[in-house]
Design a protein around this ligand. Structure first.
Ligand code: C5P
Length: 287
């Protein structure tokens, strides 16, 4: 996350994420699922421009969500935590698709939280920001960190991991959203085969061989997401025939990404997908 302060405004650029690996290891008493996931920031990003205000306003996208918008909720949570009624006006430039498994809402929440802290000079330490972030959503803590990370718990325990090189991706957003809660509801834990070990993806990321990384991509949520929205299964099958180094659904969907060896390869593949009418096609690289 990049934060620039000046002229009475705080501007934040926050990246999207993809999950290179996601295994579910159990269900918790609070209804959430215990995860082992590797989150990776990519170069598709939202911009937030924040100014002091008497109340909390959001403009530029998703206004219809009102107080339910995660960015607004993050500011409300920070107000409560810091015991202040100071407000913030947020102007959002949205590029991360919503309901795509790319963390769009959580990214905006983390950015709003960081901006609020800087704008009002609250000087909340990272530990406090993380606590507020976790109360807003499971993925929000990752965006405060902003580096490739192994995330556990319900996703809020974030440990940065080593990566040897930048990767290149093509993202396909099919034009419809996937409901995270519904995908988790459909997950049949008792029927899941032996758990996938996260070490394979961690080792290949540290090694840097794209073919090996492609083989280690895994997402346990694909099965319940495909059961919930069968066209996603067909999309994965079609993308798997395009010659990517690996294809995976991100998070709880609906977007998928194909791993490429270079920027040129990603552009070429994206061009072919666009020609054939594959929804919204975007190219990115690791941050
Ligand atoms: O934490 P967040 O609000 O992003 O999660 C959305 C929904 O996804 C939760 O209400 C829950 O149903 C499901 N979820 C889960 N286990 C996780 C993360 C999310 O069951 N670790």
């Amino acid at each position: 996350m990049k934060i620039i302060s000046g002229g009475g405004a705080v501007r934040v650029r926050v990246p999207a994420k993809i999950n290179l690996f996601l295994e579910v290891t159990g269900k918790r008493a609070d209804g959430y699922h215990e995860l082992v996931t590797v989150m990776h920031p990519v170069s598709i990003a939202d911009d937030l421009s924040c100014r002091r205000s008497r109340d909390v306003h959001l403009r530029g996208g998703l206004e219809e969500l009102g107080e339910k918008n995660l960015a607004v909720r993050a500011v409300r949570a920070a107000q409560k935590y810091a015991g202040t009624r100071l407000g913030m006006d947020i102007r959002l430039t949205k590029r991360i698709p919503t309901g795509a498994g790319m963390g769009g809402g959580s990214a905006d929440a983390a950015a709003a939280l960081a901006a609020f802290n800087v704008l009002h000079r609250l000087r909340l330490p990272d530990e406090d920001l993380n606590r507020i972030a976790a109360s807003v959503g499971s993925d929000v803590c990752f965006f405060l960190c902003g580096r490739t990370a192994l995330c556990t718990g319900r996703g809020e325990i974030v440990q940065p991991v080593r990566t040897a090189r930048k990767l290149h991706f093509v993202h396909v957003y099919p034009g419809y959203e996937s409901s995270t809660a519904e995908v988790y509801r459909r997950l049949k834990l008792s029927l899941t085969p032996p758990r996938r070990d996260v070490n394979q993806i961690l080792e290949t990321l540290a090694g840097g061989d794209v073919r090996d990384i492609g083989k280690a991509l895994f997402n346990r949520l694909e099965t319940p997401a495909f059961a919930n929205q069968p066209p996603l299964k067909s999309l994965k099958r079609a993308l798997s025939r395009f010659g990517f180094r690996g294809v995976l659904m991100s998070g709880s969907g609906s977007s998928m990404f194909g791993l490429c060896r270079s920027r040129d390869e990603a552009r070429r593949m994206a061009g072919r997908l666009q020609q054939r009418g594959y929804g919204t096609v975007m190219v990115s690289r690791s941050l």
